[in-house]
Design a protein. Structure first.
Length: 200
């Protein structure tokens, strides 16, 4: 297939390598220093990309965060497939807990949330990230409906939201401890509601 448009960035070319290096540096800086201490200069030094290039392409810290989230949204999520909707939802909510409590993943995930509360571009990117995650996780519910575990017409995305929402509430609103038991209760409540037809 031919195109009348000029050539864009080549997959795997210099543009892709620069983006990957800057993203990796952004995540490393977030892990070590948190969102409040994230700077373009720090990312430039760590990535080996000149700061004028970073400013020109990403604009600032907010652009770095937004781009990192957009790249994360494109990555596949290890969606559970145990053959049981109950076990799948439990595994999913536990996956969310791990994403925020893991020593390596947690600081970055928390920094993304912090950035989204302070910058509209980061907030838009975070919405896109969650939309992608919900779309992927919806397969859990779609499979359950096909197996007859949930009523026909159940809204997959709403079940996923209901399952993970209590986890996020504890993490970022009430600041209560979150563990596997909390994750399992959240999954169980969402499943009970789905079985009762609440998400039809």
């Amino acid at each position: 297939m031919t195109s009348t448009e000029g050539p864009g960035p080549r997959p795997g070319g210099r543009s892709a390598r620069v983006r990957a290096a800057v993203r990796a540096a952004t995540l490393s800086e977030l892990t070590e220093k948190g969102y409040a201490a994230l700077t373009v200069e720090g990312v430039a030094v760590r990535s080996g990309v000149h700061k004028t290039t970073v400013y020109r392409r990403w604009g600032g810290v907010e652009g770095l965060i937004a781009d990192a989230l957009e790249m994360a949204a494109e990555e596949p999520w290890p969606i559970p497939d145990t053959g049981s909707v109950e076990e799948d939802l439990r595994a999913l909510t536990r996956l969310v807990v791990t994403g925020f409590t893991d020593p390596d993943e947690g600081p970055v995930s928390t920094a993304f949330i912090a950035a989204a509360t302070q910058d509209p571009a980061a907030a838009d990117a975070l919405r896109g990230f969650f939309a992608s995650r919900h779309d992927q996780a919806a397969r859990i519910v779609t499979r359950a409906v096909a197996r007859g575990e949930l009523p026909a017409g159940t809204d997959p995305a709403e079940v996923v939201r209901a399952a993970v929402a209590p986890v996020y509430y504890r993490l970022f609103v009430s600041r209560e401890p979150v563990d596997a038991a909390v994750a399992d209760r959240a999954a169980g409540a969402a499943l009970a509601a789905a079985r009762a037809g609440a998400f039809g």
